[in-house]
Design a protein around this ligand. Structure first.
Ligand code: KG4
Ligand code: ZN
Length: 339
């Protein structure tokens, strides 16, 4: 492809910048997480997130360039997340990217955050075979996507209520495990029995690729409130059983989608893809069917800018540039280019 892209990501609570060559060679990947600040509030506070992004963004970009050993003039294009996400947070990265693109007279590249999560897989292996199915599981999304080729997305299904990561976060908050909830529940689950508590799995109508986690969430809360004493052991079992219920539905629906669409490859992406049980269960089932399976290393599953620079590199190669009038869209859909 022959491009050097600076990627910028500020859609939620990580201020991130990265330099990636040809969508695969990560020269730097700098992330400043605000999680310690938001933890005090039990979740992300949008105004605080925007202010912290403003304080950090220039420093993070300098660090990304410095670690890559490149000056701004050596960058071919600036890729930035313009949605979905918190609008005030998105605007910090977007304004910075626009100013840089204008000052350097280099193309501005508009990247969808979910597309970025998917493209983290192409950093690991640029030769993944199409057509493919991708399961995107994050704090805001649970989506099954069919991709016939680069940049082409067919949405097969999504959540009707809570996203998978959101379910982890809400259950964790109720069990007083802190924020973010996914890693906390996973940690407890290592010493728990996934079959200990019988919890519901919502498969919805036959053939549906939609998800629903609110019933499961409620079942966990009810079970927990009814227990007279919650010793440490039962919390481990409850965490493991909850995690298993989420994983079972995600894996079964993804395998069904892969079979129906006769794909070569299945990808897993998004923050919840850091979950070891999910990585292993889906990987085993997919590879057991003779298909290729890909999931990014943990650091590229949760929010980062290397995935944005990677997706940006593919857009750059197609000559897909955005105007400097580009706006931020909190509810941007995958495959929808709003410019
Ligand atoms: O992709 P991401 O970093 O941010 C969004 O775009 O939302 O995903 C964050 C979500 C949070 O809900 C967090 O609890 C969840 O990913 N998460 C996990 C794990 N690590 C992060 N969920 C389950 N197991 C994990 N190990
Ligand atoms: Zn994300």
């Amino acid at each position: 492809m022959g491009n050097i892209i600076l990627g910028i990501e500020t859609s939620c609570d990580e201020t991130a910048a990265s330099v990636v060559v040809d969508g695969k060679e990560v020269l730097s990947n700098i992330i400043s997480s605000q999680v310690d600040i938001h933890r005090k509030f039990g979740g992300v506070v949008p105004e605080v997130a925007s202010r912290k992004h403003m304080e950090n963004i220039n420093m993070i970009i300098d660090e990304a360039l410095g670690q890559a050993g490149l000056g701004l003039s050596e960058i071919d294009g600036v890729a930035v997340t313009y949605g979905p996400g918190l609008v005030g947070a998105l605007l910090v990265g977007l304004s910075t990217a626009k100013a840089l693109a204008y000052a350097l007279d280099k193309p501005l590249i508009a990247v969808n955050h979910i597309e970025g999560h998917i493209y983290a897989n192409f950093i690991v292996d640029p030769n993944l075979r199409f057509p493919l199915i991708c399961l995107v599981v994050s704090g805001g999304h649970t989506d099954l996507v069919f991709m016939p080729g680069h940049g082409r997305y067919e949405h097969l299904g999504g959540t009707r209520d809570d996203a998978a990561g959101e379910a982890f976060d809400k259950v964790a908050r109720f069990l007083k495990l802190g924020y973010p909830g996914g890693p906390a529940i996973e940690k407890l689950s290592f010493d728990g029995d996934p079959d200990a508590v019988n919890l519901p799995r919502a498969y919805l109508e036959k053939g549906s690729y939609d998800f629903s986690f609110s019933g499961l969430k409620t079942a966990v809360l009810n079970y927990h409130s009814k227990q007279s004493k919650n010793d440490g052991r039962s919390l481990n079992d409850l965490a493991a059983s909850f995690q298993q219920a989420v994983v079972d539905v995600l894996v079964d629906k993804t395998v069904d989608a892969a079979e129906e669409h006769r794909v070569e490859t299945v990808l897993l992406a998004g923050g919840v893809a850091a979950n070891l049980r999910l990585r292993k269960s889906l990987g085993d089932r997919i590879m057991g069917k003779g298909l290729d399976f890909s999931v990014p290393p943990l650091a590229l599953c949760t929010d980062n800018a290397a995935m944005i620079a990677c997706a940006g590199g593919y857009r750059y190669a197609r000559g897909d540039f955005a105007p400097l009038t580009l706006n931020a869209y909190p509810r941007l859909n995958l495959g929808e280019d709003r410019y």
